[in-house]
Design a protein around this ligand. Structure first.
Ligand SMILES: Nc1ccn([C@@H]2O[C@H](COP(=O)(O)OP(=O)(O)OP(=O)(O)O)[C@@H](O)[C@H]2O)c(=O)n1
Ligand SMILES: C[C@](O)(CO)[C@H](O)COP(=O)(O)O
Length: 255
């Protein structure tokens, strides 16, 4: 007996998943639990980031990449916090670098996912409008999309000091109007991102974002407007700002 082939014009499913790398230590934030598990407004930063992704009706799966020995704790956290139920949740253990952690998240994606967002757990307050505009740009045909903002500071390229604190010679001043500060979620068609992670070797240099790996493949990457509340919690002052933004939102929403 022969099986019936699928109709040729059936559209490819466009299931969108968000991979959240959350396996970092948070060294720059100072001593304490892994950064993604530290509290913001009394709730772990990771839960804010998961809710921010699941707030988009487009996102039907969230893959959390947990600290290497923290997957059971993260599963427990997801179970005990209320999360939108139009979304499925998976937890996988992460690796030693962000790049490795994202790769492990990609490995866990089911076959029917064709659009992938990669979102730092360390950007807990990204608004849903930013998530939706990244997803929309990928669904409209872009292979790689990054939200970004113009810079307020002038940037200098320098020869980094060998001894920290020594004066550093300036090599160039890039034209600021052409520069953008890149945020997450970054959005990709799945094949492009998987290929970038499989083929781009960074020779110990490390990739600081996923779109940069796609650029190295020679594929186009486009920028959409980011949001000032999508900032990354990296240093202690960022946490102060995040608490203030959250308090303002809660006062506005009346809870
Ligand atoms: N091995 C790693 C390192 C980082 N990340 C994640 O990548 C995101 C961006 O990283 P960053 O803000 O630099 O976090 P940390 O690596 O934790 O920070 P630090 O460099 O200060 O230790 C974070 O959500 C972090 O949890 C990860 O999943 N796996
Ligand atoms: C991915 C990223 O958030 C884009 O700005 C950033 O590059 C991560 O850098 P980190 O310093 O390793 O967190």
């Amino acid at each position: 007996m022969t099986s019936t082939p699928p109709p040729p014009d059936r559209p490819r499913p466009l299931r969108t998943a968000a991979v959240i790398p959350a396996a970092g230590r948070g060294i720059r934030l100072g001593p304490g639990a892994p950064k993604a598990l530290r509290a913001l407004g009394g709730t772990p930063m990771l839960i804010h980031a998961v809710r921010a992704m699941a707030a988009s009706r487009a996102v039907s799966l969230v893959v959390v990449v947990a600290p290497p020995d923290g997957a059971p704790e993260v599963k427990h956290l997801l179970d005990e916090h209320s999360l939108p139920d139009h979304t499925d949740y998976l937890v996988v253990p992460g690796g030693d670098t962000r790049q490795e952690s994202v790769g492990l998240g990609l490995d866990a994606l089911p076959e029917d996912v064709s659009v992938v967002l990669v979102h730092d757990a360390a950007r807990p307050l990204v608004p849903v409008e930013t998530v939706d505009s990244v997803v929309g740009a990928v669904r409209n045909g872009a292979h790689a999309v990054v939200p970004a903002l113009p810079l307020s500071d002038t940037v200098k390229e320098v020869e980094p000091a060998v001894v920290p604190g020594e004066p550093e010679p300036v090599l160039a001043t890039p034209v600021r109007a052409r520069l953008r500060a890149v945020q997450t979620p970054q959005g990709f068609d799945r094949d492009t991102l998987v290929r970038a992670h499989a083929e781009v070797a960074l020779d110990g240099e490390g990739a600081t974002d996923d779109a940069g790996m796609v650029e190295r493949l020679g594929e186009p990457v486009v920028v959409v407007p980011g949001h000032e509340e999508a900032f990354k919690v990296t240093r202690p002052l960022d946490l102060v700002l995040a608490e203030a933004v959250l308090a303002r939102r809660r006062a506005h929403d009346g809870f």
